[in-house]
Design a protein. Structure first.
Length: 134
């Protein structure tokens, strides 16, 4: 279970929710499973950093209330993509400036994700810590 790796596939800017003063982002995580067994997850927690600055909140993808066969599957010797839409408060002035300077695209912005995931097989589970840049 510890051989599994989690990286950032991409991050997409979907727009600004003016009512809540948040940026809407789609975060795509690539999960590489180099083992010979299918795995799954019940929860992924992570924090996003933009040009070295934390965007604050910890974001969670929880699948704990979903039966095992409905959770994301990480098939043997394959990559899987997990997508998560998040709303980032536009309180970080540097992030707002970076968005505006890049015409509301994510070009020229250094992203980092740090987090942990509960990885499960049919017989055991473990916590996998991860850190990745994009």
């Amino acid at each position: 279970l510890s051989k599994l790796s989690i990286t950032i596939e991409k991050i997409e800017f979907e727009g600004v929710d003016e009512k809540n003063n948040t940026a809407i982002l789609n975060v795509f995580l690539n999960v590489t499973n180099p083992t010979s067994q299918a795995l799954t997850t019940s929860k992924i927690d992570y924090r996003l950093f933009v040009n070295g600055d934390s965007l604050g909140d910890t974001y969670t993808n929880s699948y704990a209330d979903i039966p095992l066969n409905g959770r994301p599957q990480f098939l043997a010797n394959r990559d899987s993509i997990l997508q998560h839409e998040i709303k980032v408060p536009l309180e970080n002035e540097k992030f707002v400036t970076d968005l505006n300077n890049n015409n509301k695209t994510l070009q020229n912005i250094d992203w980092e994700v740090k987090g942990s995931a509960i990885i499960e097989s049919g017989f055991s589970s473990t916590i996998k810590n991860f850190s990745a840049s994009w």
